[in-house]
Design a protein around this ligand. Structure first.
Ligand SMILES: NC(=O)c1ccc[n+]([C@@H]2O[C@H](COP(=O)([O-])OP(=O)(O)OC[C@H]3O[C@@H](n4cnc5c(N)ncnc54)[C@H](OP(=O)(O)O)[C@@H]3O)[C@@H](O)[C@H]2O)c1
Length: 309
């Protein structure tokens, strides 16, 4: 088989790093883009890559963070992410129409109360606190659908639940809840800090190990044309349950954790419907939570990521 030529936006991010490693291991030729070598908010930023002919474009770049970031930056998020996505869609249609565009959606695009099933992605209104971010993801999906309809381009929109695993960022940006949980509990154990978690701990979340996600994404990219597919673990756990697992692995007394019910917690439950994923990939078996947490906690210790404030 000939070597695939692939362009990846957001290659320096958490997902991008794992995706590029997997693509490289499969022998692909990669153009790795990030905000420093190709600022996608600038019109024409992709012109430098127009001379190549790509088989696939993985579009991961987005301007966002976890926690209450979306609540505090909705205006900037709209402008920046719309610019990034328009630049990619425009260049794809004009210069790389042969390439399949694989891009990321978000589970928060689903309206509260929906079953989080693919055919409901554009229905109703997203949760208020993540509304703008969610709408930029819906607009990206609509952009790809419109270009598919008019020009016959091919795409895959992958909708991940929250990703976790080794190799997360440690640069002071807000962390997704599971990394924050691990960091706080390790600090409680190693530095004697009080462990305070946001909310009452009964809100539920679904996680998918980043390497499981990448394996599913690569398999789907090879066989799905112009469709949207959820990629999750198919089950969710309460924050208290995650905390209990982490405490046991780290060796910290769970009853010492304090829950601060005055803090922002987002949705009370969020679990993707993965029936379509299982139909498309019958062999899909996500890793057990315990194994995923162990590898993530080991990475926290090795990289000293828990020292990050
Ligand atoms: N992580 C999750 O749990 C999760 C869940 C659902 C969906 N997603 C989606 O998956 C994708 C990847 O997520 P992630 O966690 O890997 O994100 P991340 O770690 O925050 O990485 C974001 C990437 O986007 C790049 N970027 C930001 N602004 C840019 C700009 N103006 N021009 C070019 N590149 C820019 C960053 O480059 P620099 O490093 O140079 O800043 C970085 O490579 C995103 O689209 C996200 O919405 C992630």
């Amino acid at each position: 088989m000939s070597q695939l030529n692939i362009l990846v936006t957001g290659s320096s991010g958490f997902l991008g790093t794992h995706l590029c490693a997997a693509l490289e291991a499969r022998g692909a030729r990669l153009a790795r883009l990030n905000s420093r070598n190709c600022d996608l908010t600038r019109q024409g930023s992709l012109d430098a890559y127009s001379g190549e002919r790509y088989d696939l474009v993985y579009h991961l770049a987005a301007w966002t963070q976890a926690g209450d970031f979306c609540l505090r930056h909705p205006g900037e998020q709209w402008i920046i992410n719309q610019r990034i996505n328009t630049e990619v869609l425009d260049w794809w249609a004009a210069k790389q129409p042969q390439a399949k565009l694989v891009f990321m959606g978000t589970s928060c695009a689903y309206a509260p109360g929906s079953k989080l099933r693919e055919d409901e992605y554009m229905d109703g209104e997203p949760i208020e606190s993540l509304y703008t971010y969610a709408m930029t993801k819906r607009m990206l999906y609509q952009g790809a659908r419109a270009l598919q309809r008019q020009y016959g381009l091919r795409y895959l929109c992958a909708v991940p639940s929250t990703l976790y695993g080794p190799g997360y960022h440690v640069d002071g940006r807000q962390m997704h809840f599971i990394f924050d949980l691990i960091r706080k509990i390790i600090r409680g154990k190693e530095l004697g800090e009080e462990v305070v978690l946001w909310g009452d701990g009964h809100q539920k979340r679904e996680l998918v190990l980043v390497d499981d996600f990448v394996a599913a994404l690569l398999a789907l990219a090879g066989r799905v044309d112009s469709d949207l597919v959820n990629i999750g673990a198919g089950e969710e756990f309460s924050i208290r349950s995650f905390a209990g697992h982490i405490c046991r692995i780290v060796g910290y007394a769970e009853e010492r954790i304090r829950y601060d019910t005055s803090r922002y917690v987002g949705a009370t439950s969020k679990c993707l419907d993965v029936a379509k994923l299982k139909r498309l990939l019958p062999g899909y078996r996500p890793s057990a939570l315990e194994a995923g947490l162990r590898s993530t906690i080991a990475w926290f210790y090795e990289s000293k990521a828990y020292l990050q404030r």
